[in-house]
Design a protein around this ligand. Sequence first.
Ligand code: SF4
Length: 337
Amino acid sequence: MINILEKLKDSALTGRGGGCFNTAEKWSLVKLSEGVEKYVICNASEGEPGVKKDRYILEHHAGRVIDGMKIAMDFLGASPGIVYLNPDYYFKFKDRLKKIIGPTPIKVFNKPRQAGYCGGEETSALNTIEGKRTEPRFRPPYPPTSGLYGCPTLVNNVETLYAVSLIARNEYKKKRFYTLSGDIIKDGVYEFPESWTIETVLKETNNWPNFEFFVQVGGDASGEILNHDQLKQEVTGSASIRVYSVIKYDPITLIKGWIDFFASESCGKCTPCREGTYRLHEILNNKEPDWEMFARILDTLSDTSFCGLGCSVPNAVRSYVRNVLNNSHESISNIRL
Ligand code: SF4
């Protein structure tokens, strides 16, 4: 597979797990790094609410994903490969995956349930596979130079490896998978050109609402909230789109849902996230929430959290206040953005 790196460069493929890092660049870093061993990990831990594309791909295109792993292992001289699955996917897909894998040195790893959402972050995944506590590592060094057991490691998302297989076989059409959910008729996972706008995706699937609505893009917890006038743009992150009917949702209940998710999924390693998400939860349960304090904790989370989970806590709340509430809810709209 001599020219796979050139093909990846030409495709401009970026990671489909949400990080959007250039795939060819990541592969080059692993290739150039020296190590006794090298590893390839397929990250199938998909844990954010509202994102179901990896599950869909494993169900319908598992052969492609394993093919992408084999191409990566050949190119990098890496072995073994590891498919890192969340427990639900492990029980659903392990037998089929093992059959497809055959004698190739690829292991199927069952992520412990308690590893949760945080266990999907790539350095947390490395710790979990090594049998250590599930928490992110300090970076640098990054996994391409020092990953599993300190060796150069390629961690790619399920959809990224699916795309690698298509690129290697000259079948890639610059498409990606979109998970649609919420107040729509035809929810599910769709494959469309990556250049399509959110508006186009909703219209082409006959899901454009005839009521007042807003959407959350890139995960139902960390995704950004956009109003219906902001949808002439491409999706971000893991490419999920959730539609909310404006009249159906009370702002406090919505914000509580986002905050409580992060409070329960915080790994507890760093104080801003461990204490901050708990305090945000506490404030929201007061009869008269202290929004000034709430805003200050959000700032602390985005500025000082150890990993992306803590940094992304404010995304949904801030964008909801800015793009949807827009002064319509007097006290919450005072949140400093
Ligand atoms: S921000 Fe801190 S506590 Fe939260 S998940 Fe990351 S390391 Fe763990």
